[in-house]
Design a protein around this ligand. Structure first.
Ligand code: NDP
Length: 336
């Protein structure tokens, strides 16, 4: 497949150019709002075309777009790509409002193109082994999940995430969506209600850089989700606790293939074998399956809208001090 990159971004340069090539695809062009940045990016990564206007890429014969501009720009690029008949892999959060995300999903549906959301964590080895154990019933009745996803935002990324609400800054939109997708992948459901508190540790300006929330699922499961930008020594993790066993995943909420998984039950403690693979390459291979019409594990556009709905509910709960129902994306899509 021939790809165009929308956004001369860090994630595109650090991960996605390599991943696209590793799965056998081609990066044809990069589009940036700044010509020099586009040229620098294209030179650095050996990309033939450096563009400043999306309208120029259809002439190049492109099959798919990867959108990693700041979040408020994702919608327009998705609508344009869909109108060109291009498949879309869009970064998370899909947008800064649920209405925009719904429009993106609808546009891709109408155009008959595949829309993916780059929720890479579900492709990490420990997530996959956790899901196998859940499906096999190893844990008994699942009672609770705990997610630790508080990190240190690298210095080179300490920009719009910390001070630009219009671009979708703040740790909630940035990381809660990943946590929601991780649990949806494992549990097969999204929370129906959340309550949350957020705080500012001094890294962000006028936005939250730390957040904790508790989520309630229709199945009765309760989950806690901690995400932060200013905790250099907080390890990440995901735990699942059932009536027969617990799974402890340590260090598994990362861009790298990482994490150890331990099963604890009446027989003791067992370290489980986990396969390691580049998460973004797995994501692209799953997208290829989706495009071929095969069963796949890619987070699609609907999954991206649902993870955004959870993050928006977390923000509303923190703002109002109330428990907040998570918007029903299926109903919104069905009704519109
Ligand atoms: P960056 O800040 O690196 O890039 C975002 C945009 O900022 C770019 O598209 C670019 O605009 C502009 N930009 C980049 N460098 C500069 C610069 N030096 N000066 C001025 N503007 C600049 O963002 P990220 O790569 O961190 O994130 C991009 C998207 O990807 C977000 O939606 C984010 O949430 C998501 N993301 C997803 C991850 C995942 O694992 N799924 C991980 C990290 C990010 P232009 O295009 O006009 O050049």
């Amino acid at each position: 497949m021939r790809w165009v990159l929308i956004g001369a971004s860090t994630i595109a340069g650090e991960w996605m150019v390599g991943a696209i090539r590793a799965v056998g695809d081609e990066v044809v062009a990069v589009v940036s709002g700044d010509l020099q940045r586009a040229k620098d990016f294209a030179t650095k990564h050996g990309i033939a075309h450096a563009l400043t206007d999306e309208k120029a890429y259809p002439a190049l014969g492109v099959d798919a777009v990867y959108i990693s501009s700041t979040n408020e720009k994702h919608e327009a690029s998705t609508l344009f790509a869909a109108a060109q008949g291009c498949h879309v892999l869009c970064e998370k959060p899909l947008a800064t409002s649920l209405e925009a995300a719904i429009r993106m999903v609808q546009a891709c549906r109408k155009a008959g193109v595949v829309m993916g959301t780059n929720h890479h964590l579900r492709h990490n080895g420990p997530h996959r082994v956790m899901r196998e154990h859940l499906r096999a019933g190893t844990l008994g009745k699942l009672v609770a999940a705990r997610m630790q996803h508080s990190v240190y935002l690298p210095v080179h990324l300490q920009g719009w995430r910390l001070d630009n609400p219009t671009a979708g800054g703040g740790v909630v939109l940035d990381i809660v969506v990943h946590n929601a997708d991780s649990l949806a992948f494992l549990l097969g459901e999204y929370p129906v209600e959340v309550c949350a508190m957020v705080s500012n540790s001094g890294m962000a300006h006028g936005l939250e850089d730390n957040a904790m929330s508790v989520w309630h699922f229709a199945s009765g499961v309760t989950a806690s989700s901690h995400q932060g930008f200013n905790t250099p020594y907080a390890a990440t993790g995901l735990e699942l606790h059932g009536t027969h066993a617990s799974l402890h995943g340590n260090g598994m909420m990362s861009q790298h293939p990482s994490g150890d998984l331990v099963l604890n039950n009446a027989r003791g403690s067992e370290v489980l074998a986990v396969q390691r693979a580049n998460l973004y390459e797995v994501c692209l291979n799953e997208m290829h399956r989706a495009i071929r019409g095969e069963a796949h594990d890619m987070a699609d556009g609907v999954a991206g809208a649902k993870s955004l709905a959870v993050a928006l509910a977390v923000l509303e709960s923190a703002r109002t001090g109330r428990q907040v129902a998570v918007a029903d994306v299926d109903a919104l899509l069905g009704h519109s």
